[in-house]
Design a protein around this ligand. Structure first.
Ligand SMILES: *Cc1c(COP(=O)(O)O)cnc(C)c1O
Length: 403
């Protein structure tokens, strides 16, 4: 095979050493200090089991598959009507937002949807991406050849970065007017912060003015504990004309291994909605019936109550991490409406060096902020998905660490 045949844009991606490097460092440490229990607060994955309402729905669906009368083969590519209806009602009507089932596309994950959506747009489109942020938005555009080349400052030459840091209260400035696609993630991974209604109103008005599209990742919307904060971009007037929204059952209902999510493309952008429908019907064959019944059960009264309690358990961890670090005198962000705590490291500390120190002195693992973009340097991400007792033990160890 001739390498000329291959998509050379993949060569523009940096080697993703971060997570393999982290795993290796932990393995080396554990070999050297076998008696020490390593506490992992770096995991971006849920740990609680599926709730009973979901499990019961799955069992019922499995039994249906065992009978000729109720067996299901290929389902509709866009998702079963029963689930799209449950989403339209449970997610949108409940918030007085009018989204119809045919604007909802069920999928096997938001990661694939946020990575795939860019193929509906021209290769010349300019993207604006928060820094720091979930790496998929950037990498999928690098692969498609929209990002330009990687510069010494860690930024790509054709990407408009929206810096989100303590100085701007994690509310990005408007990107340059040549922007076509604006990626947003609120509540944010990794900073755990939320975009304000004012910020979102400004961004939507601006997108409409410059004819840009907003791609809004709401994977953590169910972690918001203040009803006045924006849960869906469609709460903002005008958003249906310029915004696609991504939701996942992964973090809201523990579906990271089960796989189910949905994307909303409103009728106000009918050409785009039809293109996404065409794309999904051509390249995707739907989520399995059992999983769609499980997702439907998330919106049942019992499902809501049970998933809310799991989220509360994680958010109690988040509060413990926030309070624990603050009482040591550290500055922290996030963790109030998201399962992530964004820890500002002492001035001049590199986040990767801090990883080593935290592992060595406390046997606690987190994620260096620089792994989410150059804007994450000097920060460290801790997650609230761990075991409550171990999370508290980690904070005792951190408190004992010399500052
Ligand atoms: C976890 C996560 C997702 C969800 O991805 P799935 O593929 O649905 O599991 C999406 N966006 C962000 C920012 C995430 O952290």
């Amino acid at each position: 095979m001739d390498s000329e045949m291959l998509n050379s844009n993949y060569g523009l991606l940096p080697e993703t050493y971060l997570f393999s490097q982290i795993a290796q460092k932990i393995a080396v440490y554990q070999k050297r200090r076998p008696e020490r229990e390593v506490i992992r607060l770096g995991i971006g994955d849920v740990t609680c089991p599926l709730v009973p309402a979901v499990i019961e729905a799955m069992h019922r669906a499995v039994d249906e598959m065992a009978l000729a009368e109720s067996f299901r083969g290929y389902g509709p590519e866009q998702g079963y009507e029963f689930l799209r209806r449950a989403i339209a009602e449970g997610e949108y009507s409940a918030r007085n937002i009018d989204i119809s089932p045919d604007e909802i596309f069920v999928s096997d994950g938001s990661k694939c949807d946020v990575a795939n959506i860019q193929e509906l747009f021209s290769s010349q489109c300019r993207v604006a991406i928060p820094d720091p942020v979930y790496p998929v938005y950037l990498d999928s555009n690098v692969m498609a050849g929209r990002a330009g080349t990687l510069q010494n400052d860690g930024h790509y030459s054709r990407v408009n970065y929206m810096l989100c840091n303590a100085d701007n209260g994690f509310q990005p400035e408007l990107p340059p007017r040549d922007t076509d696609l604006i990626y947003l993630c609120s509540p944010n991974n990794p900073t755990g912060t939320v975009l304000s209604r004012t910020t979102l109103e400004k961004l939507v008005a601006y997108a409409l003015e410059i004819n840009a599209m907003i791609l809004f990742d709401a994977a953590y919307a169910d972690y918001i504990r203040d009803d006045s904060l924006v849960h869906s971009i469609y709460e903002i007037p005008g958003a249906k004309k310029c915004a696609v929204e991504f939701h996942s059952f992964s973090k809201s209902a523990g579906f990271t291994g089960v796989r189910c999510a949905f994307t909303v493309v409103p009728h106000e952008m009918e050409q785009l909605r039809r293109m996404w429908l065409r794309r999904q019907t051509t390249k995707f064959n739907g989520v399995n019936y059992i999983v769609q019944r499980a997702a439907e059960a998330v919106y049942s009264p019992a499902g809501r109550e049970q998933t809310r309690n799991v989220i509360l358990r994680y958010m109690n961890n988040a509060a413990a991490i926030r309070n624990g670090l603050q009482s040591c005198g550290y500055t922290v962000f996030g963790g109030e409406h998201a399962p992530y705590i964004w820890w500002k490291l002492p001035e001049g500390t590199k986040s990767f060096d801090f990883f080593d120190r935290l592992l060595e002195e406390c046997a606690v693992v987190g994620t260096p902020g620089s792994g989410f973009g150059p804007g994450g340097e000097g920060f460290f991400r801790l997650t609230a998905f761990g075991d409550p007792a171990k999370t508290r033990e980690a904070l005792i160890r951190i408190a004992a660490m010399a500052q």
